[in-house]
Design a protein around this ligand. Sequence first.
Ligand code: HEM
Length: 460
Amino acid sequence: MVGWLVAAALFGLSLLLVLNHFLPLILHFKSAPRGSFGWPVVGETLSFLTPHTSNSLGRFLDDHCSRFGKVFKSHLFCSPTVVSCDQELNHFILQNEEKLFQCSYPKPIHGILGESSMLVVVGDTHKRLRSQALTLISTTKSKGGYLNDIERTAIQVMESWKGKEQIIFCEEARKFTFNVIVKQVLGLTPDEPQTNRILEDFLTFMKGLVSFPLYIPGTPYARAVQARARISSTVKGIIEERRKKGEEANKRSDFLDMLLPVKSLSEGEKVSFVLDSLLGGYETTSLLMAMAVHFLGQSPLALEQLQLELSNWSVTNLFSSAQSEHQNIKRNKKKDEYLNWEDYKRMEFTQNVINEALRCGNIVKFVHRKAIKDVRFKDYRIPSGWKVLPVFSAVHLDPSFHDNALQFHPWRWEGQSQTSSKKFTPFGGGPRFCPGSELAKVETAFFLHHLVLNFRQKGP
Ligand code: HEM
């Protein structure tokens, strides 16, 4: 009897899942863009997420775009979805945030980031948190001291390479971006015990973000949720400590110091703000640095020119262009004088390298949105409630917008605006444009400054 009941329950559940999967397909068969839904429940998610090199679209998008066009329907992250590889539609989606579309990251991510994370909140709460974040960033920028912190941290990381035969650059880049962001947000230096504790918990937290969302003790997902709780209590401890010490402790001018007196944010929101900054400032920026160095070193053109340089010192190559730019900057500085904004603005070729690393590296390949109304755009119809994924990498690698799109060619940015445009959206766009974009670029530029001045690329 029990066996029959279990079988009937399983059958009912499967029927429900299959109906839930195919119903949107049947209802919107004619109106939604062409495409395929794949398997019940998982749909095409696994193929969509299959890893591929960052300067390629990957087999899934290549295949679907050639079969169905740049805009197609699919079933991803347990939801009927419209995937857009179309520049105009991507722009339209980003600009119509909260009017026609809304940020919508998968539910398990909410469990890890917390309900007050800026990536999760929508509507007025998002506006309030974001405006606070922008105020904080502009206050920090006006104080200026953080540029020195960035440079000091870069020098410290490179000094730790002395006497080493080999370093793993990705790890060094992570060390650098983590130390920069904990200093800026919490005022902590690498040798303080709290820094290590936060780093350990943060690494567990990051692993959980990309794991299967199963909350059973011991799974990476469950460990990440617990790690978030621990970081949260460490941050609360730091807040408590500063409150006790009062005014004299509040001279650090880090983010937390500026956040503490803000009445419009709850304690939970302040903690979330710290976590958002750590999350935003760590992995993405270290990836950008790794991409810049990878493309500088690995692009056949750069290598070829590097070889030419070895036999002919007058030939300009990627490294030497960057080197001469940085040598010029160094020449105009007094011994031990720190880099400033003017120096950063003068790093024009370096900024071209950074833009090109962002275009080819596609650190954030797509963002998550959902349609909050039935939307019609050109010939496409997006049903209300469907997930919508604007894919930035598809536009970055589209040869109709970028000549020789698959080639790393920093000179293409010469004379072009450095900010984002419809065809270049590494930091997103519209009301959710990344508030840390400038910090990420300055960090990378300052690190490259010391790297190209002090180190030489070894031939293959
Ligand atoms: C190369 C480095 C970075 C890349 C490629 C990047 C990319 C992005 C993208 C594409 C978004 C938009 C997400 C969406 O629309 O759903 C975003 C948002 C965000 N980023 Fe970044 N980011 C970088 C560095 C940073 C840094 C250094 C910080 C903080 C210190 C940061 C903090 C944030 C935050 C808080 C948001 C949410 C903004 C909102 O929803 O209003 N990011 N980032």
